[in-house]
Design a binder for this molecule. Sequence first.
Ligand code: ADP
Length: 267
Amino acid sequence: LKVTFTPIHRRDKGITGTIALLQDATEQEKLEQSRRQFVANVSHELRTPLTTIKSYAEALGDGALEERELSERFVGVISNETERMIRLVTDLLHLSRLDSNQAPLRRRATKIHDMLDEVADRFSFQLRQKSIQASVRVERKLHTAWLDRDQIDQVLDNLMSNAIKYTLDGGSIELIARRSSDGSLLEISVKDTGIGIPKKDLSRIFDRFYRVDKARSRNMGGTGLGLSIAREIVKAHGGTIALYSELNEGTMVTFSLPLLQEGGEPE
Ligand code: ADP
């Protein structure tokens, strides 16, 4: 709590009173603290691939170029690290557009079953590679929703790609759509039989750059921003997102969106 006192002066009467201003500084400080943390994280995340690129480029310059096989490997590393930086910067730009509300929603009537089928189709190659079964289940009479298809596809892609990344070969993933019990919300879940998340990490899992296992996530090509982006998009739709997980059993991420008819009226 920040307290400031300002005396009240009256002409020829001197000080006649005091204004005490009580400000809740904690909220502002917390915001400032998290902004600083974010800048530190971004710098670190960019610096890591840059350092790698620099040292491999130097090794090439110092003679590795003479050896065909070695130089091909080094160029491969440089190219991978560059791709990681591009992914990171793309995610950061996306987040910043969401933060500043520069990504206005373009809601359209969307067929829910088709939307989920298409997510599974987009990932069919990766699913087959890991022998993971994906299934889609949509509650009866749940046909269309009024939402920004591109943005919700991004949410689904982020959740699906996590589910695949953190599920061992031979596991399964379910995409489920249903109404909330009072009928006002569309609830979509991505449920996997993967490695799960330890209890102690659950509260921070939507934080920017938070990962359970940094090295593992990096190796899988993760930026640590997927869930944060998903949460911002869901928020922009007036919805909420939650993650439930049991270590070594699996994870389910559910987001709920107000079920709107065309034009934005509640159903
Ligand atoms: P990343 O790019 O690292 O996947 P996310 O923001 O998408 O970043 O996820 C944050 C972290 O949450 C991941 O690094 C991972 O540790 C954990 N996580 C997310 N989804 C799952 C899942 N389905 N199963 C297990 N862990 C998950």
